[in-house]
Write a protein that binds this ligand. Structure first.
Ligand SMILES: [Zn+2]
Length: 389
């Protein structure tokens, strides 16, 4: 039996050999590509998508064999093997909403200068969508969101925003705990110094990670994070920030489109890749996964979720966020965490702030309980994951 790292290192080696070049022969980095995909020029988006996919084309067979190896290394054959609950009810609930999302994507295509849905427009933004606000104003909104959930939430946000632990650096928002440190650093892109309204939930999300880490360190010191709940608090505060902004009724169109990108990731792309993994892992274990079969499965699954063939076989596996052979059925973890966080946001929106002790208990449970015990303790959440009767 090969070591579990083997498929992952093969996958990373493969990824490191993929190259994309612009028309001038210059090598393109991820930041170059995403800035065009987020841009307003429909022709440029189409072109860079072709370049992006083209870089992966020569590696399809190798990508398939990395998947075969990953499938063989995995001790689990399905989501149910890892997490006790089955992915089918959650996927079914999401499938019930996909026609609506497909319609919204069609409508977005018209706004971003495309003639019908194209994958290359998933990240496209409208020119000047939403008036930028000051960072102070954004923080005020986020303070209100946090205070609405827990006593002292406002102070937490204010302290973090005003501290040297908030840095405007890098292309992607993130929250990290430096090696050996006992507080988190939150990184935001420099453009977030004057965020657009639709970026406020992103900031609320990263602050949620910082809060989760700080509380977990105090309440369950030294315990590793339960992966199912790694995004629970970040997504809870993100969701509540969206709700607050939407309820305020300003920048409606910018908010709707800003959120659509995330909803498509949660409601179409992640479920599609999860379904592909649910197909490919057992097939690899049986020794029955070939490139042809994998491509056919991908074609079928993407037609279901997007109403469009995937255009470029195995292309979606380029993303470690979507496919990580080291973390079996990671996409289920993501979707389950998302569904639980949304259910929690709906509860908080109803009940308002809870006692500090109750919030502490929630953080502690998110560290100490596995998904099965969590669902036994919180029956409403069980209905969310297992499909309400
Ligand atoms: Zn996150």
């Amino acid at each position: 039996m090969p070591a579990p790292e083997k498929a992952f290192s093969q996958y990373l080696r493969l990824k490191s050999r993929v190259r994309q070049y612009g028309a001038d022969g210059r090598r393109l980095g991820p930041a170059d590509i995403i800035s065009v995909l987020r841009g307003t020029n429909a022709a440029e988006r189409k072109n860079i998508w072709k370049i992006l996919c083209g870089g992966w084309r020569p590696f399809r067979a190798e990508g398939c064999s990395a998947l075969v190896l990953a499938g063989r290394e995995k001790t689990a054959s399905s989501v149910a093997d890892v997490f006790v609950v089955d992915s089918a009810p959650l996927l079914k609930a999401l499938a019930g909403k996909r026609a609506g999302l497909q319609k919204e994507l069609e409508a977005k295509a018209a706004l971003v200068g495309a003639n019908g849905f194209r994958y290359c427009d998933l990240w496209a933004r409208l020119p000047d969508a939403g008036e930028p606000v000051t960072f102070e104003a954004a923080v005020k909104e986020i303070e209100a969101v946090y205070e609405g959930v827990l006593e002292g939430g406002r102070d937490f946000v204010r302290d973090l925003a005003g501290s040297g632990r908030l840095l405007f650096e890098g292309a992607e928002p993130r929250c990290v705990t430096p090696e050996g440190a006992n507080s988190e650093l939150v990184y935001l892109p420099a453009s977030f110094k004057n965020p657009r309204p639709q970026e406020i939930p992103v900031i609320a999300h990263e602050f949620g990670h910082a809060l989760h880490c700080a509380y977990a360190r105090r309440l369950a010191p030294g315990k590793p994070f339960n992966i199912v709940f790694a995004e629970y608090f970040s997504q809870l505060f993100e969701e509540l920030a969206w709700r607050r902004l939407e309820a305020a009724g300003r920048d409606r169109e910018a908010l709707r489109l800003g959120r659509l990108e995330q909803r498509v990731l949660d409601g179409l792309l992640t479920p599609a890749v999860l379904e592909l993994e649910e197909y490919s892992v057992p097939a690899a274990k049986r020794g029955a996964l070939t490139l042809e079969k994998l491509e056919a499965a991908e074609d079928r699954i993407f037609r279901e979720w997007f109403n469009e063939p995937p255009l470029e076989a195995l292309f979606w596996l380029r993303s470690e966020r979507l496919f990580n052979p080291e973390l079996p059925f990671h996409n289920f973890v993501y979707l389950a965490g998302r569904a639980l966080a949304q259910a929690a946001a709906a509860r908080f929106a109803r009940t308002g702030r809870i006692k500090r002790a109750a919030f502490d208990q929630l953080v502690q449970d998110a560290v100490e309980l596995d998904l099965r015990h969590w669902l036994a303790k919180y029956p409403d959440d069980a209905a969310v994951i297992k499909g309400a009767p």
